[in-house]
Design a protein around this ligand. Structure first.
Ligand code: ADP
Ligand code: MG
Ligand code: MG
Ligand code: MG
Length: 667
């Protein structure tokens, strides 16, 4: 629905979204499922087309996704498979494991194998002149004629961008509508991201301080990340993990930072987050304070309620309800978190606890952005959660609390079997060039959640400090140079020893947290802060992990340690030095077409293991990935169609001895 048509129905969706959440909450309470750990990652890939001189984005993403989905369906009998999802960019695809991983150490060892299988399978769908690197951004995006096989029609009706044609947006109507309506809700103005320019010795002194022209949602939503979702036992555990991971998010953003170039220019930042945040910012001038706008009763908060953040942001509230002395977790919620009062009252009256009511009412200060005709009043609030999901899926925070699905039919547990329960999604990390790194960070995240639960730890710091950490995480070299506010007192104190999740706070702020480098956070500090890596090892010991599994998991923990110490460089440092040491680089901040092209090719080769990059992987060698072994070879009994074919085949092998040319064994 176009924005003018949607306006009338926004209130309906907001209102019924809350009803749907309440229905879901009541059922989930009644079920008490005590779910197993299931989890999965998501990786995003860019499809680029190359020649000797330049690389361009290839708009074959949807076509490739469909072809992959079809092949996966034919391989569904295999345990290890992949699932392919559409992404905002028409040049992107997203891959996940076909089934979530389970809660065993062996599952942690499946991750890299599955990621490698994804890359291998994706490779089979590329044309000769295409590549699929896991780069956060292609540096040439938005520069000149950067879209392959497509007329450069600028200022299109959807994004109205002066550099990016509408054709780069995935053709599903959801994505264009999202783009259009964000712009409409802002008051017709284009979105605008403003990464600071990196000033090099030859950068002209009158060059703008920012990189200009990032005027389309695609600049942000086209940035690729790695996300991890895992299932908790119940809502309490999911909410507790949500909070801990929100506090950890900036540290993991810094360690995985891999986006130092935007629109053909080196930036003075390493990470993507703020750029996406600006690129999907739908706030009206009155909401974000850039000017005045007149109230419109159809919009959430009449479109004039001050909103300190974009809908793509770090969190504004912790979600865990601590039933200890009043104010325990709440006192760490020290940033402005506006909420929709009506939604809040409704939630409270329905018996939803304070913290969750506030969490949901905060999500509902936004408007739904994409409505489909026939799917508004028609949705049954007692069985569906579409309207809740609408708001939830466009509140893009560093963490997301995903409620159970499939509670629609009846409130008996049998109807929800196989349906996901309460999950927490960790969203800050930038995609890494190699699957070894992507697996390491995904596995490390899962281990940290296990550590937190097993040792009953708390990472709470005030959210104002988490915000400060997010700003620091963007800075160049933050992984090794910045300090982050981090909880120094992780373990339960005497008073809370007997009960789980009672270690939310306690102590004065000065005692509870302090500034630490990533290295201290990962490796430990003094005799009071053990460090996340030693805790992960202790946990693996506790659960009895050993042998080959322990060796593999250690290699992941060690990589994270090396990223934090600088022994392995971040993707951002690697890309930055690739650019600055390229013979065509003029020390003027400009990343030319040729440099972008060479970088993209190098990134692709590093991902495939055909170009070594031990500085990125901390010395780990990436075993080469080729198309070989991507798909199963069926032992067909169908008759070879023609006599000629049969003869030719036989003739070819009749003269040969034992088979030569068998390829390397696959994993
Ligand atoms: P979204 O894009 O909404 O975050 P995706 O479906 O792309 O969701 O990815 C979700 C991830 O969660 C996938 O890796 C998937 O394997 C994983 N997953 C699926 N079911 C469960 C579950 N019950 N618990 C935890 N993770 C799950
Ligand atoms: Mg996804
Ligand atoms: Mg995605
Ligand atoms: Mg996701």
């Amino acid at each position: 629905m176009e924005w003018p048509d949607a306006l009338d129905r926004l209130a309906y969706v907001r209102d019924h979204g809350i009803d749907q959440f309440i229905e879901m909450w009541k059922r989930s309470k009644a079920l008490e499922r005590n779910d197993d750990l299931l989890w999965g990652d998501e990786l995003e890939y860019s499809i680029l087309k190359i020649d000797d001189q330049k690389a361009q984005i290839s708009l074959r993403g949807p076509e490739i996704r469909d072809a992959l989905a079809e092949k996966e369906a034919a391989h569904a009998y295999r345990t290890e498979g992949c699932a392919w999802h559409p992404e905002y960019g028409r040049w992107m695809v997203e891959g996940t494991p076909s089934r979530p991983y389970g809660g065993y150490a062996a599952d942690l060892c499946r991750v890299e194998r599955n990621m490698r299988l994804r890359r291998r399978r994706l490779l089979t769908q590329l044309k000769e002149d295409e590549i699929c690197p896991t780069l956060v951004t292609f540096p040439g995006f938005g520069v000149g004629d950067f879209v392959a096989d497509c007329a450069l029609e600028l200022k299109g009706p959807v994004a109205n961008s002066a550099s990016v044609p509408d054709a780069v947006i995935h053709p599903h109507p959801r994505f264009a509508t999202l783009t259009k309506n964000i712009r409409a809700r802002r008051g017709g103005e284009n979105v605008k991201a403003t990464p600071p320019r990196y000033i090099d010795v030859n950068t002209p002194s009158d060059a703008p301080a920012i990189i200009e022209g990032l005027d389309a949602m695609a600049y942000g939503m086209g940035a690729c990340c790695v996300q991890v979702t895992f299932q908790a036992r119940d809502s309490t555990e999911a909410r507790y993990c949500y909070d801990q991971l929100a506090a950890l998010a900036p540290v993991m953003l810094a360690l995985t930072a891999a986006s130092p170039c935007w629109r053909g220019t080196l930036a003075a930042t390493d990470a993507r987050w703020d750029i996406i945040s600006a690129s999907v910012d739908d706030r009206t001038p009155a909401e974000d304070g850039r000017g005045a706008s007149s109230p419109n009763d159809q919009l959430a908060g009449s479109g004039v309620r001050p909103l300190p953040r974009s809908r793509y942001s770090s969190i504004s509230r912790y979600a865990f309800e601590c039933d200890g002395p009043a104010g325990q977790v709440r006192r760490f919620c020290d940033v402005d978190a506006p909420m929709d009062e009506e939604a809040y009252d409704k939630l409270k009256n329905a018996g939803v606890d304070e913290a969750l009511s506030r969490h949901v009412a905060h999500l509902f200060v936004r408007d739904p952005l994409v409505l489909f005709e026939g799917l508004v009043e028609e949705v049954d609030d007692s069985t569906a959660t579409d309207h809740f999901d609408n708001l939830q899926s466009t509140n893009w925070n560093t963490v997301r609390l995903k409620p159970p699905t499939g509670l629609g039919v009846t409130a008996t547990s049998s109807s929800t079997e196989g349906e996901p329960g309460w999950r927490t999604e960790f969203r800050p990390m930038e995609v890494q060039l190699t699957d070894f790194e992507n697996a390491a960070f995904s596995v490390f995240t899962v281990l940290v959640t296990r550590v937190i639960l097993a040792f009953d730890l708390s990472l709470y710091v005030p959210l104002s400090r988490v915000d400060a950490n997010m700003r620091r995480a963007h800075r160049m070299g933050a992984a090794t140079q910045e300090k982050f506010y981090f909880r120094r007192q992780l373990a339960p104190n005497e008073a809370s020893e007997s009960q789980k999740f009672k270690n939310c706070c306690g102590g004065e702020d000065d005692d509870v947290f302090e500034e630490m480098t990533c290295r201290e956070i990962i490796d430990g500090k003094g005799d009071y802060f053990p460090g996340l890596a030693p805790l992960a090892y202790a946990y693996l010991d506790h659960v009895g992990c050993d042998g080959e599994e322990l060796r593999k998991l250690s290699s992941y923990i060690e990589l994270v340690r090396k990223k934090a110490s600088g022994e392995a460089v971040t993707g951002a440092s690697w890309i930055r030095s690739f650019v600055t040491s390229h013979p065509d680089y003029n020390q003027d901040s400009i990343v030319s077409d040729k440099i972008s092209r060479d970088l993209a090719v190098a990134a692709h080769e590093v991902g495939l293991g055909s170009k070594p990059a031990p500085e990125l992987t901390g010395g780990e060698v990436v075993r080469p990935i080729t198309t070989s072994g991507a798909w199963d070879t069926r032992l067909s009994a169908d008759k070879i169609p023609t006599k000629e074919e049969r003869r030719a085949l036989l003739a070819r092998y009749a003269r040969r001895g034992p088979f030569e040319g068998a390829s390397e064994p696959q994993e």
